[in-house]
Design a protein around this ligand. Structure first.
Ligand code: G6P
Length: 478
């Protein structure tokens, strides 16, 4: 197999597999912000994407075609995909135990502090899994990379990879990009000391580190200064550690306008639009589209809608809220409880306000990408209210596709607020009354202001398209 000049490594890859009724493997596009952002780039690069097999069907696919060309599995040219079949228990410990139940919670500051986290001996075993999983990725990259190749390692799953890679292959040029927020040192240091150090030192094995917002880059730098006692320059954003200088960059990933327009022109989207138009009738439409994810703050979003209908009864019968909350990380107990809470609050709202002619809230929990795109087109208001979010691509994709000059009600705690804040209605995500008032203002806004805001949003949303975002990172490696 040819060695690659450009390599991407991420836990979730650009394709995932399922087994159809007749036992054959079917492939589909992987989900989530990271994959959406990178897939348009991958079609144009002759390289290698190393990712993990996430399910039994993925494992079977990995066995049948260890290094499939992406065009064979998903109608895309360019990259080969190498799905790693990591032993199940190791994978679960690394992905569910450490990455999703610990690192994600730390970076999004999601812990219910009086009770969690507890870092006991169980966590020490999970940490061994995480280390083994990072080693497996590094191994695949070591053997797949050409001399002097550039490697773009993605996200918190793979924080240890840059350091292992540098030790094994000093010829490589290594970037690591974080798609999450980064916690301030006062929060980050709750991790066991050796874990906090290994994570930071692991990432500092790279030549270049990337973040989505200056807020996250600066928090990372402060962690390096406090925990590693590294020499940090907060103005030039550099870290001096272990005799090397590592530069830290901010690359605010934007929406892929051409790709979105192409997907939105598919007949499936027009069909979903018709169905949604029937559901919504002549009422105004508030849309939200998220994974059912603790950080997305769906419950408070629904509470804000309840508050809107209570404080502004004139909207009863005149507005519909479509909330798409796609399943996510069902192996983490907190996510299952959260999904139950979302369903419960949604039911309460309909019980309280629905009439024979009007359903105030339509909550859908099954994944349907064309339907999400159709809802962006039809929305009068798009609600994006995470308690903390690396970027949030929904906030950028919605304005690109809107056919009705939709107004964006956006949490100030999303990375996207850096670029979109001026044109959106910014809210404190914890304040359901403020959020309800922003929804009211958005619904009542005159067409001239809506148009102006929407134009501003669109322009800011596409300022750094994925292709350029990725090229910038590669270029920064020299
Ligand atoms: C975020 C992370 C990605 C991840 C995605 C979906 O966007 O930054 O790395 O792939 O969530 O999460 P999942 O656990 O389903 O891959």
């Amino acid at each position: 197999m040819d060695k690659a000049q450009i390599l991407i490594a991420s836990n979730r890859g650009p394709v995932s597999f399922s087994v159809s009724d007749d036992g054959a493997l079917e492939s589909r596009r992987g989900g989530g912000g990271l994959v959406s952002g990178m897939i348009s780039v991958a079609t144009e690069i002759d390289g290698l994407w190393v990712c993990a097999a996430l399910s039994d069907a993925d494992r079977r696919a990995a066995e049948e075609a260890p290094e499939a060309r992406l065009d064979r599995v998903h109608d895309l040219d360019g990259m080969r995909v190498h799905m790693l079949d990591i032993p199940r228990r190791t994978f679960d410990g690394a992905y569910t135990g450490v990455a999703n139940s610990t690192l994600w919670f730390v970076q999004h500051m999601l812990y219910d502090i009086p009770n969690k986290p507890v870092f006991g001996s169980h966590f020490r075993r999970l940490w061994e899994d995480y280390t083994a999983y990072n080693n497996a990725f590094a191994e695949a990259l070591v053997s797949g990379a050409a001399d002097g190749a550039r490697v773009a390692v993605q996200d918190y799953h793979l924080a240890l990879v840059p350091r292992i890679l540098r030790a094994r292959r000093p010829d490589l040029r290594i970037a690591h990009f974080s798609h999450t927020p980064w916690a301030p040192p006062e929060y980050f240091r709750m991790l066991p000391g050796h874990v906090a150090r290994e994570l930071l030192e692991g990432m500092l094995g790279a030549d270049r580190l990337g973040f989505l917002s200056p807020r996250w880059a600066d928090a990372f730098l402060r962690c390096c200064a406090e925990i590693l006692r590294a020499e940090v320059d907060l103005v030039r954003r550099t870290v001096e550690y272990g005799g090397r200088v590592i530069s830290v960059g901010v690359h605010a990933l934007g929406a892929d306008e051409a790709g979105l327009n192409e997907s939105a022109a598919e007949p499936a989207v027009a069909a979903r639009r018709e169905t949604l138009e029937e559901v919504v009738g002549d009422t105004r439409l508030i849309v939200r589209v998220d994974r059912t994810e603790l950080s997305k703050n769906i419950v408070r979003g629904l509470e804000a809608y309840r508050e809107l209908l209570t404080a502004h009864p004139e909207w009863r019968g005149r507005v519909t809220h479509l909330a798409f909350a796609y399943p996510s990380r069902g192996d983490v107990p907190e996510y299952r409880e959260y999904t139950d809470a979302v369903l419960r609050v949604a039911k309460e709202i309909n019980e309280e306000f629905a009439t024979a002619e009007w359903t105030p809230l339509v909550l859908e929990v099954n994944d349907d990408y064309p339907r999400s795109l159709a809802s962006f087109q039809l929305a009068d208001v798009l609600l994006v209210n995470p308690v903390r979010d690396g970027m949030n691509l929904v906030a950028k994709e919605g304005p690109v596709l809107s056919k009705r000059d939709s107004v964006l009600v956006l949490s100030r705690e999303a990375g996207a607020a850096d670029e979109l804040g001026e044109h959106a209605l910014l809210v404190n995500p914890y304040d359901t009354v403020e959020t309800a008032e922003a929804l009211h203002r958005a619904l009542s806004m005159d067409p001239v202001e809506r148009r102006a805001r929407r134009e501003g949003l669109r322009e800011a949303a596409v300022a750094l398209p994925p292709r350029k975002w990725f090229q910038d990172q590669l270029r920064s490696l020299g």
